[in-house]
Design a protein around this ligand. Sequence first.
Ligand SMILES: [Zn+2]
Length: 312
Amino acid sequence: MRRYSCFIIFFSLGILAYSFESFAQNQSERQKLLTVWAGMLPIILSAPHGGRRSIPGVPVRRGAGVTQFATGRDNNTDELAETIAIGLEKRLNAKPFMVVARVERKYFDATRPTESAYESREAKPYYDGYHNALQEAHDRVSREWGRGLLLDLHGQGAQAEAIYRGTGNGKTVVSLTQRFGTEAIIGPKSIFNQLELMGYKVLPSTTESHQEQRYVGGYIVQTYGSHRQCGIDAIQLEIGTQLRARANLERTATDLAEAIAVFAQEYLALVKSYIAIEATNLPKILAAIGFSSQNPPLSYFLKKGGSLARSS
Ligand SMILES: [Zn+2]
């Protein structure tokens, strides 16, 4: 009987070890199919349609009953996002947040609501993984910097040499334009005017009509944009085929990084908003370092990590 129960214990442990291992394998498989960076800048890069890999054992989507069904890849936008991120880190001395899908759009589409995004249960964790990572980045930027910019990167073939701007005609950047006016979108330090100065065609151009027509901004900017409560400013960029061609990719990414950095230095609070932390947690922080509210400190300073200390 004892031998028998030992056998059961070993057997159960075996199953446990096996399921843990397969859980860990699934986890690491998922990580390979999604690239996520936690950033130190209030900038988030998203690239949902550049992936080339399949999800093992999952059939491609058929799209029955789905409106605006699309499975096409935005070639090289995954690599473009990474090269922009590296360029931003060089210029601003810190990494942006980044979420890049390595899976083909054929298996799941991060730019659709849940019910139209995937058809197989096995694809759900990848879709959820993408949006959880974006939500987490969005929440951190909103909490730690107060505001920030999400850039959702895509590819289009309608105008091979152009970059389309999509903000729902200003809706998803409403916080930015309320604070700084439309200058922040079309003025000299805007991403789009910077790109024009480098010789790029942007649509709509910063000088003519400001109406966005062809790509007005899809699900991601609509979900995370600043028209939403606690949202951050969000812009969709639709980049022409020619600009994403292998031979031009490095230059396009470098120029985009430069344009975004110019914008960021003018319009983003690149230092975390410690003042907000101070205001909400001041009594608690003061108590923690030995001051009571009846006996406020004569002076104190804010340390880099956001905590208060008595100045000497
Ligand atoms: Zn796309």
